[in-house]
Design a binder for this molecule. Structure first.
Ligand code: SF4
Length: 388
């Protein structure tokens, strides 16, 4: 049992700046422009087994995290990551290079070019000291598909079909030519800093705009945004197959097996697109259908991996998946911080010393509607859930 008021770290781990957790160091790898070569994926799987505990997370920003890395092994792991081409030149470059990329691009198209250009520009940008959680989305397909992904500045299609650069939550954006998109994204990031968006080194665009301490200049809202479309489901697409990783985590062996099918594109939906594959791989823990209830469950690390957790989460989620009604969204959170899903869910379960708490239609930090439940009682409650 740890504190009932979880600590806010305020920063995200990287490879060069890992974070200590309950099971050792968390080493987060940011593949360039959201793409991982098959050889890199196979290499990461081997490194997870050699230096970590064989467990790999896929984050909500489409990054991979090796868990359970021993402090003494960190230098050797960095050398190996460098050989795989997965290491930034310094911690600041790594922290800035925070972007998600819609996965349905074609080689040489705008999305691919812009993601590559933005990665390079962020890596080398001087004087752009953005908060650790500040990020970008490159989402330039026919319509935006990444509305649910965490991003502060978005490069998207406007309603007229051209490119726009948009501040997160702003109703419009600035129309840009393809070669102007990356510079515009950096200018908007500068506006965020200069207008007081990160007074203590922390801050997000949505909160900055909502607080109205500075108003977004009209030139950043001139162009109408295109309406986003729904998040894609697992299945076969022209670019390859999109598969989910159960609860955003997999064994190193699973990543190694997936690497045999091709290069990968990482998504913010706890899914990977395997380039060129035409059939869904049948691998334990890999989800190939939208009917799988595990896709509707968000789970954080929980105990013992997180030192703030008040209980185990993943086995609990696996158990509750069996009784989750069609369409219901479940969040299993190791404490009130709610890392895996900051917004509300149909059902939120939090383990406590006194048993399991259940919140209907709220977040992990809301007052529980049921407290001190056993797993069996929770199964019955969840089975009977009806949307209010
Ligand atoms: S929500 Fe989960 S991962 Fe986040 S601090 Fe609490 S137990 Fe840890």
């Amino acid at each position: 049992m740890t504190s009932a008021s979880p600590r806010v770290q305020g920063w995200c781990p990287g490879a060069l700046r890992p974070m200590m957790s309950g099971d050792g160091l968390v080493v987060r790898i940011r593949p360039w422009a959201g793409r991982l070569r098959a050889a890199q994926a196979a290499g990461l799987a081997a490194l997870s087994n050699r230096f970590g505990n064989g467990i790999i997370d896929i984050s909500s920003r489409g990054n991979l995290q090796l868990r359970g890395v021993r402090m003494s092994d960190h230098p050797a792991l960095l050398a190996a990551l460098d050989e795989l081409g997965l290491l930034d030149r310094d911690p600041s470059s790594e922290a800035r290079r925070n972007l998600v990329v819609q996965p349905f691009w074609q080689a040489g198209d705008l999305t691919h070019d812009l993601a590559t250009g933005l990665s390079q520009a962020l890596s080398t940008a001087r004087g752009l000291d953005l908060p650790s959680k500040f990020g970008f989305a490159v989402d330039c397909g026919d319509a935006p598909v990444m509305a649910s992904a965490s991003a502060d500045i978005r490069i998207e299609r406007g309603a007229g079909g051209g490119l726009i650069v948009r501040a997160d939550t702003a109703s419009g954006g600035q129309a840009v030519a393809p070669d102007g998109a990356v510079p515009a994204a950096l200018r908007l990031a500068q506006w965020f800093l200069q207008s007081g968006g990160a007074p203590d080194g922390r801050g997000r665009m949505a909160r900055h705009l909502a607080q109205k301490t500075a108003s977004l200049p009209a030139c950043w809202q001139d162009a109408e945004a295109m309406r986003p479309v729904a998040q894609p489901a697992p299945g076969v697409y022209a670019q390859g197959v999109l598969v989910g990783l159960a609860f955003g985590q997999c064994a190193a062996q699973t990543l190694g097996q997936l690497a045999r099918y091709g290069d990968m594109r990482l998504t913010p939906w706890r899914m990977v697109l395997i380039e060129g594959a035409t059939t869904i791989p049948e691998i334990d823990g890999v989800i190939g259908t939208s009917r799988d209830p595990r896709l509707r469950i968000s789970v954080c690390t929980g105990a013992p991996g997180c030192i703030q957790a008040q209980g185990e989460t993943r086995n609990l989620a696996r158990d509750l998946a069996q009784v989750l009604p069609q369409g219901a969204i479940l969040h299993v959170s190791g404490c009130a911080k709610g890392c895996a899903r900051p917004r509300s869910s149909d059902l939120t379960v939090i383990p406590r010393d006194s048993g399991l708490d259940l919140v209907y239609g709220g977040r992990a930090d809301d007052t529980a509607d049921r407290s001190g439940c056993s797993v069996q009682q929770l199964r019955t409650e969840i089975r009977q859930w009806v949307r209010g």
